[in-house]
Design a protein around this ligand. Structure first.
Ligand code: SAH
Length: 226
């Protein structure tokens, strides 16, 4: 309570706990390791200063270069589907702000993340090193080609939408591995879980979603993107 008797605003830490309760737990995200990662990673450090007060709201937010940081629930839904135990090597396509990479880094051994926009990549790398997060490796480039040097990956997470599963990513997924990605038209997509077991690839639809386009070969041609 403030002196005037009003309710004092929640601190960012309190807002983060509220996000976990209202947006994740209330919607059925119950994995304790996953929830612990969302409690730990300071999402407000991953948005531009003018959006800090909205960092823990139930929405995607602009991060510059026409790109967005995903809604917290979407990050949790995608990450949960990977079923990480802690020993995996994970490839992320579309580093953006670096938030998803920071969540992954809490849950597994090593994260490799590819970003097409060099300014975003630089900012993401600086954030993670400022937070002492040492198990994420970044590179600039067209992530629809994957990152062949470190393949195969136990899990692959694509945070931009492609017309279909990029063939190089499927090739870089380890046997026994899982890939989660949005597939479909630029206006709206289906989140799909792709598994490779004994060389056989299966797909399962998870939920409708809207992501920015994956640009480049095996994604959308740059001239088709608004
Ligand atoms: N995971 C991010 C959200 C990313 S938004 C986060 O947690 O903040 C999608 C990102 O994919 C954008 O930064 C966009 O620049 C990037 N992107 C689009 N096409 C790409 C490509 N072919 N290779 C790598 N990154 C790409």
């Amino acid at each position: 309570r403030t002196m005037a008797g009003g309710v004092s605003p929640m601190t960012l830490d309190e807002q983060r706990e509220r996000m976990v309760q209202d947006q994740l737990l209330a919607r059925g995200i119950t994995d304790e390791r996953l929830l612990a990662a969302f409690r730990k990673v300071p999402r407000h450090r991953f948005v531009p200063p003018e959006f800090e007060a909205q960092a823990y709201t139930d929405h995607p937010l602009p991060i510059g270069a026409g790109q967005t940081i995903s809604q917290p629930y979407m990050v949790a839904l995608m990450t949960g589907r990977l079923g990480l135990q802690g020993h995996e090597r994970v490839l992320e396509i579309g580093a953006g702000s670096g938030y998803q990479a920071a969540i992954l880094a809490e849950l597994t051994l090593e994260v490799f993340s590819v970003e097409r926009v060099p300014d975003l990549l630089r900012a993401a790398a600086e954030r993670l090193s400022a937070l002492g997060c040492l198990n994420v490796h970044f590179t600039a480039g067209n992530g629809s080609l994957g990152w062949p040097q470190h393949a195969p990956y136990d899990a692959i997470l694509v945070t931009a939408a492609a017309p279909d599963v990029p063939e190089p990513l499927l090739a870089q997924l380890a046997d026994g591995g899982t890939m989660v990605l949005p597939i479909g038209p630029q206006e709206g997509q289906m989140l799909v879980e792709v598994r490779k077991r004994h060389g056989i690839v299966t797909r399962r639809e998870v939920a409708g979603c809207v992501f920015v386009p994956l640009v480049g070969r095996h994604g959308w041609p740059p001239e088709s993107v608004a």
